[in-house]
Design a protein around this ligand. Structure first.
Ligand code: ADP
Length: 467
């Protein structure tokens, strides 16, 4: 402003001096010319300012006369606002990314419970498409009467457990609403299908174990009461022995059950380690001797074992799995039947342990369920032979811990073949002398590891080079 006044004053002074010298008309003309020039310059400056306003992110035009003083602070303020906005946008994106990274689903609803925003997890839980569903009431999206009732509540102390879908697509979600801000709502969604399944499995397991223990306990307590109530001479020696035999049988059943439960629990609680080379043929021979003892000469046995074939694994676990298959073969094969066990290389470079019997066989419909805990295809025979219903569950567990598969083939009335198929990666190349001992770090201590047993081979080669 002051610049403009000074310019007008200078033009006026010039006009006055010129008027005094050349006459008043010339002085006024000079002054008018000056004002006209000032208006023209000002117009030019305004048009440059107008151009800048259209591209306001650019710095303002330089030298726009008196406008310089006005434009500079405006531009500084604009620049500051732009930086603030960038900062806030970055914070907003960080918050969005954090919300996306949440393991749970999250969605926000407006006061009318219409969808405003949701993360990917919530979208997949509830089948939402933000583009399509934004602004739509969540009650029209999640169409379940129990959800409508839940959303209609005033407060939400607990989450709602919602079962969605059927069959293989069935899912259980936990939905929790919470108010926030002014009349807005946050909903957290969590997929608890797996947790619920595990909880049901745990409940079934406890119920099964209780049921399995109740039968022998009832029999035992019945006999104990009978023996307590009867006068000493009421039973003959033979009857007393018979009762005691039956009690001993029930006790053995309970012991077998507890022992199998402990085996399962230890399999579940110990970490899966690869283990050292296992001479499976030796394990099979031991299990075979036990099976023959169980058979008591009622079956014929045949074994074809590759003595050089070894795999990396845990010998106690493998012994338990193979032992279970062999005792099952004895228990489910009527007297006179034959049982064959094979330990041989497989065509794919792996190894197979097969237990074949000519027993009662299994209904094809039951085969997929055989490895479930407490599943028994032939309940009567299982109980009569002291079965716990856990043998194949244990075998399956061991097999999985060795990256192997349990293949079951059976024809009712003709017999069954249970095969443990180990992958090639588990097979040790033919071994030389005894497998070397290993140190605490899992490396072989002995220089005899140069035998290239497959397990120690890479380390031995390195050690050999270092020597
Ligand atoms: P169990 O202790 O009852 O034998 P398992 O888990 O070992 O429990 O076996 C589950 C069921 O599989 C058995 O109850 C039996 O019905 C069936 N089964 C297992 N092995 C054989 C076999 N070799 N022949 C026929 N049926 C078998």
């Amino acid at each position: 402003m002051s610049k403009t006044l000074v310019s007008i004053a200078l033009w006026a002074l010039g006009g006055w001096l010129l008027g005094a010298w050349l006459g008043a008309a010339t002085g006024w003309a000079f002054f008018a010319l000056g004002l006209l020039l000032m208006i023209l310059v000002s117009g030019l400056q305004l048009s440059r300012i107008a151009r800048w306003v259209r591209a306001i992110d650019e710095p303002p035009p330089p030298s726009v006369g008196p406008w310089d003083e006005i434009l500079a602070p405006i531009y500084r303020k604009l620049k500051q606002n732009r930086l603030d906005l960038q900062d806030r946008t970055r914070s907003f994106h960080r918050a969005l990314l954090a919300a996306e990274a949440l393991p749970d689903g999250a969605l926000t609803l407006d006061p009318h419970k219409a969808l405003q925003w949701c993360n990917q997890t919530a979208a997949s839980h509830l089948g939402l498409d933000l583009e399509r569903d934004r602004g739509h009431s969540i009650l029209n999206i999640v169409r379940a009467p129990e959800f409508a009732r839940y959303a209609g509540q005033e407060t939400w102390d607990r989450p709602l457990i919602l079962h969605l879908g059927h069959g293989g697509a069935a899912r259980t979600l936990s939905l929790h609403l919470a108010p926030y801000g002014v009349g807005q709502f946050l909903m957290v969604t969590r997929d608890i299908t797996q947790i619920e399944r595990l909880e049901n499995t745990r409940k079934d397991f406890v119920a099964n174990v209780s049921h399995e223990l109740r039968t022998p306990l009832t029999v035992l307590s019945g006999f104990v009461e009978t023996l307590q109530d009867l006068p000493g001479d009421a039973l003959t020696g033979e009857q007393r022995r018979h009762y005691l035999d039956l009690m001993a049988q029930q006790t053995r059943n309970m012991q077998a059950l507890v022992s199998d439960l402990l085996t399962l629990s230890s399999l579940e609680s110990t970490p899966n380690q690869e283990g050292g080379p296992v001479p499976v043929a030796a394990l099979v021979r031991t299990a075979l001797a036990q099976a023959q003892a169980l058979s008591g000469g009622r079956h014929t046995f045949d074994a074809r074992l590759d003595e050089t074939l070894r795999i990396r694994g845990q010998d106690t676990e493998l012994a338990s799995a193979i032992g279970n298959l062999l005792t099952n073969a004895v228990r489910y094969t009527p007297p006179g039947g034959s049982i064959t066990v094979l330990w041989e290389p497989a065509p794919d470079g792996g190894a197979a342990c097969r237990v074949r019997d000519t027993g009662i066989g299994i209904d094809p419909a039951d085969i997929p369920r055989l490895t479930e805990r407490f599943f028994r295809a032939d309940r009567g025979r299982s109980r009569a032979t002291g079965g716990t219903g856990l043998g194949l569950a244990i075998a399956k567990h061991v097999v999985m811990r060795h990256d192997a598969t349990l293949d079951i083939r059976s024809t009712p009335g003709e017999g069954s073949v249970f095969s443990i198929l180990f992958p090639a990666a588990r097979v040790c190349p033919p071994a030389g002398p005894a497998a070397p001992a290993r140190d605490a770090a899992g490396r072989h201590r002995s220089s005899s590891c140069m035998v290239q047993c497959g397990y120690c081979f890479p380390y031995c080669r390195l050690a050999a080079r270092a020597r």
